[in-house]
Design a protein around this ligand. Structure first.
Ligand code: HPA
Length: 273
């Protein structure tokens, strides 16, 4: 057994007894969106630091726990806080929670994040459904010995973000009168924000939004055959587009301002899946 499998089994054994209902839908709440977790009914909390070998986030704005419960008739498992590659964790540690949620039963994954807008049509506060991603600047979480129990050595990535889920998300946004952009998300290592030259390059490569998470999680989830949806909140325009310097407090402020709309969309989307 590989170290990753041993790690995953230990994490599984430390949570399985606390879970009453098998989760169907896994949700990761990005910076500033953690409050959505409080809207879940029949909550059970599991703190990450009570799980053996579990990676813990050091970033402000990221709590560190799972919330299990219900949204309508759906059993969900929700992560309030995620870890990032820039915190010094290896990619296999970064995606351990995704693998754990799949082992616990979730076949659908909704990824959310705060991102910088590269597409000049976007504005701070825009919401973007992720249609595809670019991860060529970060290592794959699948590097190393393949865990055959999880998925195949060379997984297909031609449709990471599930088209049916995207269509449900679009219809939900339309029904609620929430405008929802579409775009390609590019993952960088962070933690520094990008330079204007890098943002120009990413735009030429076809990216619409940039962030420091999500795409590696989507790869690990796709490896295991999960159906994936992704939503970015554009919290700021990426470097060089406006004159203002970028800051984490701006990211959090915009996320807070957008939180009510975002939560409404997310809830109705989950109910419609
Ligand atoms: N760049 C990278 N990550 C981000 C940004 C950004 O501009 N905004 C929020 N997360």
């Amino acid at each position: 057994m590989t170290d990753i499998e041993i790690n995953l089994n230990r994490a599984y054994e430390s949570v399985i007894d606390k879970i009453n209902n098998k989760p169907e839908i896994a949700i990761i709440l990005g910076s500033g969106f953690g409050d959505f977790g409080e809207t879940i009914d029949n909550k059970t909390y599991i703190n990450y630091n009570d799980i053996d070998d579990f990676p813990i986030s050091t970033v402000s704005g990221h709590a560190g726990r799972f919330i299990l419960g219900n949204i309508g008739d759906k059993n969900v498992i929700c992560m309030q806080g995620r870890v990032h590659y820039y915190e010094g964790y290896t990619m296999d540690k970064v995606v351990l929670p995704i693998r754990l949620m799949k082992l616990l039963g979730a076949d659908t994954l909704i990824l959310t994040n705060a991102a910088g807008g590269i597409n000049k049509k976007f504005k701070p506060g825009s919401l973007m459904a992720i249609t595809d991603h670019i991860t060529s600047f970060v290592p794959s979480p699948l590097i190393g010995e393949n865990i055959d129990n999880l998925g195949t050595r060379f997984p297909d990535m031609s449709e990471v973000y599930n088209k049916e889920l995207l269509s449900v998300l679009d219809k939900t946004a339309e029904k609620l009168g929430i405008s929802l952009e579409h775009g390609v998300y590019i993952q960088t290592t962070g933690p520094n924000y990008e330079t204007p030259a890098e943002i120009n390059m990413y735009r030429l490569l076809g990216a619409d939004a940039v962030g420091m998470s999500t795409a590696c999680e989507a790869i690990a989830a796709k490896h295991m055959g999960m159906s994936i949806a992704g939503i970015s909140c554009i919290t700021n325009m990426a470097a060089g587009i406006s004159d203002a310097p970028l800051s984490h407090s701006e990211v959090k402020e915009t996320a807070d301002r957008t939180a009510a709309t975002f939560q409404h969309l997310l809830r109705e989307f989950i109910l419609s899946i």
